[in-house]
Design a protein. Structure first.
Length: 405
């Protein structure tokens, strides 16, 4: 559920959906690794054809569990000392993953090739996407899978024609104008309980406020992405331009010793010509699209005819702002526009409503980033500093996240 699994212990393994993704031997090796690491699991096998034997008693093979019915999880969890935030759900079924996420479990999508990674909706994204072999190796290298999750595409994107995280957005006023999205990570709204401890969410907010600590973490991430992108047939790399009255907060991410890290980066490719109201003031796609319509132009110093262009943005919700930028590029003859947001806003079910934060003397701890190295830490006052994992653990325990239902 978070950028790092919080001490995962139990697992649901949807064998019905992953049976075509692995051999019996591969699955057996994974299950042995899970049990040998001290974890437990439930294996969902409706066909009752998987045979597994182990001396441990921390597992069960279930034949009649409805993964689409959240009440099935409620009944099972009520029968034992199980905690949702310490439970992983492993599946290749999008609908089953969505139900598991709404129940409060961290989710892993099992896939064997990049084409399978193109899930239908980035706003209900699993915590991680791996093959069975990769998952097994993670458990072998990381006790209990503590470091199982990360937010990033850096080490897995191998071909821009088959991106790891992909969705196509359509311009509201002309659906023929499309933008492909590469997802770096997830963003959780403030009312979503996952937002309080989620590093990338807080990092993006700190970046919006132009905090030095945010740049310490974002700069190497963005620059590594740019280095990977320059290997491909991309003509220009730019970002959503700032409003006329606002400072350019993106530029420093693309500089090394005051020099652009790539000749393909064109900070002034797009220009914003008016101070439009914040998109938060509008609810529907139609309203958001109308709010930014006509707000951007292409710099006349650039020829974008038949060009492939990358646009960076901080948060993607409906994509209206990015689509307006793409629209003016297409009007000038651009061939392809690709959006790379730092975080894609995630939908939150009823179980994900914001709840009490950790406080010290009545003051809530806030997640901050060290100005020198970018390391995350918590602070409630000038003298109350805590390690990231300490408050995160207290938050989960205080709010009893294992009994959301």
């Amino acid at each position: 559920m978070f950028e790092l699994a919080f001490n995962p212990y139990d697992m649901f393994i949807d064998y019905d959906s992953i049976r075509s993704k692995c051999t019996n031997l591969e699955l057996t090796d994974l299950l042995n690794s899970i049990l040998d690491n001290g974890n437990g699991f439930w294996l969902i096998d409706s066909q009752s054809d998987f045979i597994f034997n182990h001396s441990s008693e921390d597992y069960a093979i279930i034949n009649d569990f409805d993964l689409y019915d959240i009440n099935e999880y409620v009944k099972l969890f009520n029968r034992g000392d199980y905690k949702q935030y310490q439970t992983l759900f492993i599946s290749s079924d999008n609908m089953a993953i969505e139900v598991a996420k709404n129940f409060g479990m961290s989710c892993i999508f099992i896939a064997n090739n990049e084409n399978e990674y193109q899930l239908p909706n980035l706003r209900n994204y699993p915590d991680h996407i791996v093959s069975i072999t990769e998952l097994k190796n993670m458990f072998l290298k990381n006790k209990r899978g503590r470091k199982l999750y990360f937010e990033g595409i850096l080490d897995r994107t191998t071909d821009l024609s088959t991106p790891l995280y992909k969705q196509v957005l359509e311009y509201y006023y002309n659906p023929e104008k499309k933008v492909h999205v590469f997802m770096i990570g997830r963003y959780f709204r403030s009312e979503d309980l996952r937002s309080y401890c989620h590093i990338l969410t807080k990092l993006i907010l700190a970046f919006k406020d132009q905090k030095d600590g945010a740049y310490k973490l974002l700069e190497p991430m963005v620059q590594e992405i740019v280095r990977n992108l320059t290997r491909y047939d991309i003509d220009y790399i730019t970002y959503i331009p700032n409003k006329p009255s606002k400072k350019d907060r993106f530029l420093d991410l693309f500089l090394n010793k005051n020099q652009l890290i790539s000749s393909k980066i064109k900070p002034d490719l797009l220009e914003c010509i008016r101070d439009y109201p914040t998109q938060k003031d509008y609810k529907t796609k139609k309203e958001k699209a109308a709010n930014v319509k006509g707000a951007f132009v292409v710099n006349s110093n650039y020829d974008v005819q038949n060009k492939t262009i990358i646009i960076f943005d901080d948060i993607l919700t409906t994509g209206s702002t990015a689509l307006e930028c793409a629209s003016v590029l297409y009007d000038q003859g651009a061939e392809n526009v690709i959006l790379i947001p730092f975080g894609v806003t995630q939908d939150a079910g009823p179980s994900m409503l914001s709840i009490a934060k950790i406080k010290s003397n009545g003051i809530a701890y806030k997640l901050k980033f060290n100005n020198k190295n970018g390391n995350p830490f918590w602070v409630a006052s000038d003298k109350e500093y805590k390690d990231h994992e300490v408050i995160k653990g207290l938050y989960l325990e205080q709010n009893n996240l294992d009994n959301l239902f």
